[in-house]
Design a binder for this molecule. Structure first.
Ligand code: IDP
Ligand code: MG
Length: 153
């Protein structure tokens, strides 16, 4: 099983879409391993978006993530990182395919509803960045046999 980090961005909180977005991950069959609401700091965001530090929109993107508290969550499942990235869709909401989260809820490159880890290495680093070890739970679901075949688990 893999774990991946998702952030519901301020645009999602302010538009009242928390339940709808969380519900998509639940319905897909991902298991919630951790979740909390936090007000991000510029320092944490500089780390999180370090790959954008030379972009003209770096500060603007960080500021947009601090408009209000966000919800960070960790979802678990087989190949969860790729599954969640595919569910999120392309960065630009206008180009994201209908049926994806960004494709269904976003008209913007910046205000694009969710952050989702993009590789095994980033998922591991991002989960550590936002959660203490004892905030990420391991537990078994009785309905796991309905989600996966025996040889998939
Ligand atoms: P991703 O979120 O699809 O992984 P990244 O390239 O990692 O995309 O960029 C992180 C975030 O920075 C995006 O989700 C978006 O909010 C913002 N961003 C990326 N490119 C642009 C841009 O060209 N203009 C404004 N904001 C951008
Ligand atoms: Mg990214």
């Amino acid at each position: 099983m893999e774990r991946t980090l998702v952030i519901l961005k301020p645009c999602t909180i302010e538009r009242g879409l928390i339940g709808e977005i969380i519900s998509r991950f639940e319905k897909k069959g991902l298991i919630l391993a951790a979740m909390k609401m936090i007000w991000l700091t510029d320092k944490l965001l500089s780390e999180h978006y370090a790959h954008l530090k030379d972009q003209p929109f770096f500060q603007r993107v960080k500021d947009a993530m601090r408009v209000c508290p966000v919800i960070v969550c960790c979802w678990e499942g087989l190949e969860a990182i790729e599954v969640v990235r595919n569910m999120a869709g392309k960065t630009n909401g206008r180009l994201a395919a209908p049926g994806t989260i960004r494709g269904d809820y976003s008209m913007s490159v910046q205000e694009n509803i969710v952050h989702a880890s993009d590789s095994v290495a980033t998922a591991e680093a991002e989960i550590k960045r936002f959660f203490d070890e004892d905030e990420v739970y391991t537990y078994t679901f009785s309905y796991l046999s309905n989600l996966y075949a025996n040889d998939e688990k």
